[in-house]
Design a protein around this ligand. Structure first.
Ligand code: F0G
Length: 401
């Protein structure tokens, strides 16, 4: 019998039609899009551009929907050469999401969510954000001709992201507190229902875009031993895992990778739950990596499930390890990442020390955002600056290097 695509509740398993505009189930839980029967296979996509919509058979937006896109996705999978020899690894590669149109992986989810916002005839989109989702949403809202409204925490948003919000002319609402307070406001708002579309990762369509990271990894590399992902709310690691699971179910791969979740130690409720078996939010999350400064991740249950089902692990890294990895990946490999993304390298090192990952295994680090998002962090680094008054001075200095 033909199996249609559907929206299914994570808790009570209630099923809704795929075109239902709701974000959460009536019981308050998250909804998952389940892919039904599909004629997807690798030969269908051959010849299409490397971007999110290459996989359109697995992104079940209604056929009538007009796609809002800027060619997002198709990001490079970059071989690490010096890093591998320093870490004595078989093969670390970086999936560089900083090369998306607004500089983060969020564009993958927003191309799909903004397509649905138009389909539902919404007049605006709204999101609570530590900055990247807000920037991405604002860009895609403008592309779709909709008004962007962002809720940001008073605890701070990186300067590059704030600049993007100004550039796109987003309406910015600042709530006092951190991301968790901003998120709570959006969840309350979602209960009202309006023509302002909520596009936080509780929106199931966001996940459908972000899962394409997995499809690309399979095409670019095959199935690695480990995929290493920074975890804030947990939506992205869940999306990537969902992508691998779907391809497994279609019989196009024969295993899924182990997922390594990395949290900043000062904001690590999922790590604590992983170790102790008891989940409790962090009331005052702290870390230099503001993108993942989240004390009560909405997807925490899903992340623990991903870790269990993929035989993965959770590790925590402190700010000094994050900064060391930030500089290391830039200076050994030329890659400029956000600090939240450099947690993946710091986390992999920790997992090697703890013998969670074996040196003979390979790993893909999902570098979620671009270094230019956080100019204030880069500004704080030492400057190797020599001032010269004449060409002779310059020649003399260079000859001594
Ligand atoms: N990396 C970057 C660069 C991010 O911006 C985020 C989340 C994450 C990792 C974590 O992803 O939440 O799916 O586990 N940023 C959100 C935002 C919270 O509002 O931009 P997650």
């Amino acid at each position: 019998m033909y199996e249609p695509n559907k929206l299914v509740c994570d808790c009570c398993e209630r099923v809704y039609d795929i075109t239902n505009k709701r974000i959460l189930c009536d019981c308050g839980c998250l909804l998952t899009i389940e892919i039904g029967d599909t004629d997807f296979n690798w030969s269908i996509v051959r010849g299409r551009p490397m971007e999110v919509w290459r996989y359109r058979e697995l992104i079940p937006t209604p056929r009538e929907a007009s796609i809002v896109s800027m060619g997002e996705g198709g990001t490079p999978l970059i071989e690490m050469v010096r890093l591998n020899s320093v870490l004595k690894l078989r093969g670390v590669k970086v999936k560089f999401e900083g090369s998306n149109p607004t500089g983060s992986f969020k564009d993958r989810g927003l191309t799909v969510a903004s397509t649905m916002a138009l389909f539902f005839k919404c007049r605006a989109m709204i999101v609570a954000s530590t900055g990247n989702t807000a920037s991405s949403m604002s860009a895609y809202a403008r592309r779709a001709g909709l008004k962007p409204i962002v809720i940001i925490p008073s605890s701070g948003v990186a300067r590059g992201k704030l600049g993007q919000l100004k550039l796109y002319g987003a309406l910015i609402v600042e709530v006092s507190g951190g991301f968790d307070e901003a998120m709570k406001a959006v969840i309350e708002y979602s209960k009202i229902g309006s023509d302002i579309y909520i596009v936080n990762s509780i929106n199931p369509w966001r996940i459908e875009g972000q899962k394409t990271i997995a499809y690309e990894i399979i095409e670019q590399h095959g199935v690695p031993d480990w995929v290493v992902v920074p975890v804030g709310n947990g939506g992205n690691i869940y999306s990537i895992w969902k992508g691998f699971k779907e391809i497994l179910r279609l019989g196009l791969i024969d295993k899924i990778p182990r997922m390594l979740a990395v949290q900043a130690l000062g904001s690590s409720p999922i790590l604590r739950a992983y170790k102790s078996g008891v989940y409790e939010p962090f009331k005052e999350p702290r870390t230099i990596a503001s993108a993942i400064r989240i004390g009560n991740p909405v997807h925490w249950r899903r992340v623990l499930r991903v870790i269990e089902e993929s035989r993965g692990a959770v590790v925590g890294v402190d700010d000094s390890e994050i900064i060391r990895a930030h500089k290391e990946i830039a200076r050994l490999e030329g890659l400029g990442l956000e600090t939240s993304s450099s947690t993946t390298l710091a986390g992999l090192k920790k997992a090697l020390e703890d013998k969670v990952v074996d040196r003979g295994e390979n790993a893909i680090l999902v570098a979620t955002g671009h270094a230019l998002k956080e100019p204030e962090i880069i500004d704080s680094y030492d400057l190797e600056l020599i001032k010269v008054d004449s060409v002779n001075d310059l020649i003399s200095i260079l000859s001594k290097l």
